[in-house]
Design a binder for this molecule. Structure first.
Ligand code: G
Ligand code: G
Ligand code: MN
Ligand code: NA
Length: 249
């Protein structure tokens, strides 16, 4: 309840912030974009999104918070791209946001507002959320992807993907869950299998939670496309992320 009140105040006063975690090409190390992650200080104390996003989901506040996240991410990606060169930003979308009948409209509205090239925006949706009600989510996802928005399946390998659906789903990217990256290099079976599957389906792979040089080397050799994790960089403030973008172009 305390969190809930705090979230309402934070929405009203816009006291959330986005940080940006870089993603790089596994081969060559070039910056490919960022994952935007929300941050909130409640009375000066940082609260993890792992704690407040579930509360925002339960209370429905996630819809308005999600709108703010999308707006801020698109505004920023557009500005960086105009000033420096094309920078893609990925945004996490939770179950309740995706279930909202106005979701696709909202995304299109935000893209228009900032004149954002749609392919600068990537939506990260967890495997569990996307697969839970595929038929229901398909129209909105297809419409957004037809517009050029990229769709990524987050935490891939932790849910139950129907391979038949995976082939039919309008997705571009599989993000290999950090637990499988953590198993590298000694227990590589799942990471190998996901990379092979993605290559077969012509999807891009991103490994999340890359923390060691051994993991990085294994992933590059296995043909994983992109890397994200503390080894590459912690999530950065908008200013620090922009400084990185400037050196990349
Ligand atoms: O940033 P951090 O690793 O603390 O994130 C914890 C969890 O919160 C992760 O599952 C992440 O996907 C989720 N998360 C972070 N930012 C957002 C956001 O803007 N929207 C949603 N829906 N989830 C987020
Ligand atoms: O669920 P999702 O994949 O969106 O989670 C993103 C979360 O993962 C963020 O909270 C981010 O801070 C965290 N994260 C990013 N890189 C690493 C990493 O290398 N190791 C660990 N343990 N967490 C990471
Ligand atoms: Mn994510
Ligand atoms: Na996520």
């Amino acid at each position: 309840l305390r969190l809930e009140g705090g979230l309402r105040d934070a929405l009203a006063s816009r006291s959330f912030e986005l940080v940006y975690q870089p993603k790089i090409q596994a081969a060559g190390g070039r910056l490919t974009g960022f994952e935007a992650l929300i941050r909130w200080r409640h009375d000066g104390v940082p609260v993890s999104p792992a704690d407040f996003i579930p509360v925002a989901e339960d209370t429905g506040m996630i819809v308005e918070i999600g709108r703010w996240v999308l707006d801020e991410a698109c505004r920023t990606a557009t500005r960086w791209s105009l000033d420096h060169g094309p920078v893609r930003v990925a945004v996490n979308v939770s179950a309740r946001q995706l279930a909202d009948p106005g979701f696709a409209d909202l995304v299109e509205q935000v893209l228009r507002r900032h004149a954002t090239p749609p392919d600068l925006l990537e939506l990260e949706i967890t495997e569990t959320v996307i697969m839970k009600d595929v038929e229901h989510h398909l129209p909105a996802l297809s419409r957004l992807r037809d517009r050029g928005v990229r769709i990524a399946i987050d935490d891939f390998g932790t849910g139950y993907s129907s391979l038949a659906y995976l082939r039919r789903l309008p997705v571009d990217v599989l993000k290999i869950d950090r637990s499988f990256v953590n198993d590298l290099p000694h227990a590589p079976d799942i990471a190998s299998t996901v990379i092979a599957l993605a290559q077969r389906l012509l999807l891009t792979t991103v490994a999340e939670g890359v923390e060691t040089d051994e993991q990085r080397r294994w992933l590059a050799e296995a043909g994983c496309d992109c890397l994200q994790g503390y080894l590459i960089s912690r999530p950065l403030s908008a200013d620090a992320a922009e400084a990185l973008v400037m050196t990349a172009f």
